[in-house]
Design a protein around this ligand. Structure first.
Ligand SMILES: Cc1cc2nc3c(=O)[nH]c(=O)nc-3n(C[C@H](O)[C@H](O)[C@H](O)COP(=O)(O)OP(=O)(O)OC[C@H]3O[C@@H](n4cnc5c(N)ncnc54)[C@H](O)[C@@H]3O)c2cc1C
Length: 544
């Protein structure tokens, strides 16, 4: 269809997936609108239940739903969005199997990228604190907690043992409170499986900057939550700020150290770097200013919603970053995109919120719904019923309900999953005739030849011209990496070739932190600048 419009949605969270779902519904059987969703995962994470992944009261994959099952007419591109060119109306996404940039042109763009955990400005947190935002964070924390307990069970040094059995969470908002409630229950239940550990040895500490936790809730509900947590052995430190972290301590403002090997931080999230770089109007917290119709201020074909946007509500306030608001915004955005393409009446965002609920684990919760404030077992039952009903797909609901039922009678699962470490330096082998990379490919690695021989060629006047022959000890691939460009040349294996490869991120970290290495590469880069014109140097010195 000649006039077919393409709507490209960035982000596979509540805002993005629900926009696609609402668009599919609104479009009906017509094919005048095509939907593309770009997300780095192929699943939607049901974040309200993420804390339960720590304790394992629901299965690891029960908290996620495959996007393909939720969307039937949407094309899913499982890629990392790397750039957005608003002028050319193109999204630049990461390469797939072939190292070539993935360009996605659009007519309408929906920004639903959420926000990111960012420990900027907090010493040592990026290195030593666990974030708590997505499925991988929850799994990492769960595995780490099991490891700390298992290690403490065989640790003879009492001081180190105490450190291993101390668990600290910073942040007394919803996610911090829900995370500590689940973590506390979990570590105490797991420890029962280790006869050498006395439960009294376990210390679980919640650090909170204010004078009461859950500041979003009515004071008596926050006090109820505090009492429940304290009864279960959680030590709450009020008016206490986490300032820094090391591998073995949480360091508080004022200098106090809490010796621990498990520090979780639910510090406020930051705007997404892609959003940060966009030339659009932004407001509080760097979020994109959207209208009540979900359109980005000053634009006719860019829409923004969810945690990355500031959307005005009819009560004059800005919508809070919650899933319930993102879902309602998605419906409005989808309706308005269709109305813009086909012509029709637009809608504005009128939702103000259904209420707030926080689970305290162990059959207790606090809730404020429709003006009613409740706590304890009834709130917990309401929490579970409402979130179960909101989970996308019947299959998931049945699984979660059965997991909850079984959790009441079965002991905790203490399987410790070992994930592969991040790859860092790796080795690769090429057979004669194979290309290591091709001119124009995305530059993502630097290489060192260990064994064999390769030729470096450049396409000039329609033919391949030899630039250099590479042998053991030669390196290649650094110039395009340093210049942030695509490959200038093609490197092809001549004799069976073994190379070491170092990913771009690691190479950049090394070259920017080792001044001598940086100087060496800069000198090589200058020298190689000449060779770009075609002077062959051999010996690992060509420009690539
Ligand atoms: C632990 C926790 C508990 C919560 N509990 C509740 C609750 O009980 N009730 C409630 O209403 N809200 C809750 N929230 C908040 C709620 O989950 C968020 O408001 C909601 O998820 C926002 O949706 P979003 O789509 O805007 O962002 P996100 O859910 O963050 O989704 C953003 C998506 O964009 C993708 N993405 C980001 N960058 C890129 C990129 N460069 N390339 C490709 N894809 C990218 C991400 O992978 C993700 O899929 C909770 C949040 C957390 C962390």
């Amino acid at each position: 269809m000649a006039n077919r419009k393409r709507v490209v949605i960035l982000g596979g969270g509540f805002a993005g997936v629900y926009t696609a779902m609402a668009l599919e519904k609104a479009i009906g059987r017509d094919d005048d609108i095509e939907i593309v969703l770009v997300s780095r995962e192929n699943y939607l994470v049901f974040q309200p239940m993420l804390p339960e992944v720590i304790s394992g009261s629901i299965g690891i994959t029960d908290v996620v739903s495959p996007i393909r099952r939720l969307l039937h007419r949407t094309e899913l591109h499982m890629r990392e969005v790397q750039g957005i060119d608003l002028e050319r109306k193109v999204v630049i996404a990461s390469p797939g199997f072939r190292p070539q940039p993935h360009l996605i042109p659009y007519d309408h763009l929906v920004l639903a990228l959420g926000n990111v955990t960012d420990f900027r400005g907090m010493r040592g947190l990026a290195e030593h604190a666990f974030p708590f935002k997505n499925l991988v964070d929850a799994l990492n924390l769960r595995n780490h907690a099991i490891r700390a307990i298992r290690e403490s069970a065989i640790e003879p040094d009492p001081e180190f043992r105490r450190e291993l059995l101390t668990f600290v969470v910073a942040g007394g908002g919803f996610s911090g409170v829900e995370a500590i409630a689940e973590l506390n229950d979990f570590v105490r239940r797991v420890a029962r499986w280790f006869p050498t550990i006395d439960e009294k040895e376990i210390r679980v500490v919640l650090l909170h900057a204010g004078d009461r936790i859950l500041p979003e809730m009515a004071p008596h509900l926050a006090l109820f939550a505090q009492k429940i947590l304290a009864q279960r052995g959680v030590e709450i430190r009020f008016n206490t700020k986490l300032e820094a972290a090391t591998s073995d301590a949480a360091i508080l403002a004022g200098g106090e150290r809490i010796a621990t090997r498990t520090l979780v931080s639910t510090v406020p999230a930051f705007p997404h770097p892609l959003v940060d770089a966009l030339p659009v109007a932004k407001g509080r917290g760097g979020r994109i200013k959207a209208t009540a119709e979900m359109q980005v201020e000053g634009s006719s074909n860019v829409w923004a919603l969810g945690d990355c946007a500031l959307v005005p509500m009819i009560n004059g306030e800005l919508a809070p970053p919650t899933a319930q608001h993102a879902i309602r915004q998605a419906n409005v955005a989808a309706h308005n995109i269709v109305a813009t393409v086909r012509g029709g009446q637009r809608r504005t965002f009128t939702f103000t919120g259904l209420g707030k609920m926080g689970s305290l684990g162990h059959r207790s919760a606090v809730a404020e719904m429709f003006g009613i404030k409740i706590s304890g077992l009834l709130a917990w039952f309401m929490w579970r019923t409402i979130y179960l009903a909101k989970m996308p797909g019947w299959g998931r609901r049945v699984k979660v309900a059965s997991a909850w039922a079984l959790d009441l009678i079965l002991p905790p699962d203490i399987v410790e999953l070992k994930f592969g470490e991040s790859r860092g330096v790796s080795q690769a082998h090429f057979e004669p005739g194979e290309e290591v990379f091709h001119e124009g490919d995305v530059a993502d690695q630097i290489y060192v030849v260990l064994k064999g021989q390769a030729e470096m060629v450049q396409r000039r006047n329609g033919a391949d011209e030899l630039v250099a022959i590479l042998g053991p000890g030669d390196w290649f691939g650094e110039t395009a990496l340093m210049n942030e460009t695509t490959r200038y040349v093609t490197v092809r294996c001549r004799q069976a070739l073994d190379v070491l490869s170092l990913p771009k991120r690691d190479f950049q970290a090394l070259s920017s932190n080792l001044p001598d290495l940086r100087k060496t590469f800069d000198a090589i880069k200058d020298r190689r600048g000449l060779q770009k014109a075609g002077v062959s140097a051999g010996g690992g010195a060509p420009a690539v």
